[in-house]
Write a protein that binds this ligand. Sequence first.
Ligand SMILES: [Zn+2]
Length: 90
Amino acid sequence: MSNENPPRTPRTPRTPRSVYRFGTWTLTPDREPDAEPVTYAMQCAVCEERSAPGEDPAAAQAWTFRHAGRNPSHHTYREVITRPWRTWMA
Ligand SMILES: [Zn+2]
């Protein structure tokens, strides 16, 4: 298995704000202690099969090697990151 690169640290998304009739809403990544975890999965772009989501991106990347081993013609994948966000009105 060739997996020499350390997991990437996701960049922090910007914090958008929108003004609606009743106030200003703010949207930001949820980093509260009770927030859902950021999860990583990999999906095969050939057959759409997807790894189970998990908090360790290396585990999702390892899935691609197992999948490619079982399906030698499947060479392209998508990384699927699920990040919790929260909104509040200022
Ligand atoms: Zn596949």
